[in-house]
Ligand binder design. Structure first.
Ligand code: NAD
Length: 237
């Protein structure tokens, strides 16, 4: 059965692979993107692309209105949008910290809260949050990012407890290192260092993250909530 699916930050990288996976499933997919133009392949596949900055509550509200008008209430939300602003603590400005938290954690709060309006009414819903192995392990130079991604785990587990009785599940996918624009900033040396720590000996492809997300949103995962699924090649074990 075709569901109304919303993927934040679905114009590139992991979010794009997730949007493709749901579109291939036959779902009605909407994505949000912050800037640039959404890829033509998505619009050609009938995916609704809505410009929305998740740090702005008004834009989030407008995006939901548009999605609901065209696809009905969101039944599956994938909160994927996120940023990094890496810096060692003593060089990290308050803005470096708060902007990452405002996007990755508070931005996720905004989109999840708004999605739950329809999910509570429908008495069902699936929410998948994209955290990171860095939120579980920590990472030098990424205290802001790690704090925001660890925060998502507490957020999802609290909501899993709060809203389980309403038939809404909240799960977290924690990717390891994935080949996307986000990791292009790493030097070849840093990349080799990371890969040497990964039991599977390579980065993930975005499609490998999307497969776990699609599973958590499927009927096969109907009894899974509050789970954190690492998709990290064994890095975090
Ligand atoms: P990316 O930089 O390619 O994509 C990030 C997406 O988030 C983009 O679509 C961007 O438009 C969107 N976004 C950023 N700020 C936004 C805002 N304020 N409002 C709306 N959208 C915004 O990165 P990616 O690698 O595809 O990352 C996707 C998610 O996966 C992120 O949450 C990231 O933290 C997480 N992640 C990535 C990796 C990795 O190795 N690439 C590893 C673990 C977790």
């Amino acid at each position: 059965m075709s569901r109304s699916v919303l993927v934040t930050g679905g114009n590139r990288g992991i979010g794009l692979a997730i949007a493709r996976a749901f579109a291939d499933n036959g779902d009605q997919v909407a994505i949000t993107y912050r800037s640039g133009e959404p890829p033509q392949e998505l619009t050609e596949a009938g995916v609704l692309a809505v410009r929305c900055d998740i740090t702005d509550a008004e834009q989030v509200e407008q995006a939901y209105k548009e999605v609901e008008e065209k696809h009905g209430p969101v039944e599956v939300l994938v909160a994927n949008a996120g940023i990094t602003k890496d810096q060692l603590l003593m060089r990290m400005s308050e803005e470096d910290f708060t902007s990452v938290v405002d996007t990755n954690l508070t931005g996720t709060f905004r989109v999840v809260k708004r999605a739950n309006r329809g999910m509570l009414r429908a008495k069902k819903g699936r929410v998948v949050l994209i955290s990171s192995v860095v939120g579980l392990l920590g990472s030098a130079g990424q205290a802001n990012y790690a704090a925001s991604k660890a925060g998502l785990v507490g957020f999802a587990r609290s909501l899993a407890r709060e809203l389980g009785s309403r038939n809404i599940t909240f799960n977290v996918v924690a990717p390891g290192f994935v080949d996307t624009d986000m990791t292009q900033v790493l030097t070849e040396e840093q990349r080799k260092g990371i890969v040497s720590q990964v039991p599977l000996g390579r980065y993930a492809r975005p499609e490998e993250i999307a497969a776990a997300v699609r599973f958590l949103a499927s009927d096969d995962a109907s009894y899974i909530t509050g789970a954190v699924i690492p998709v990290d090649g064994g890095l975090g074990m």
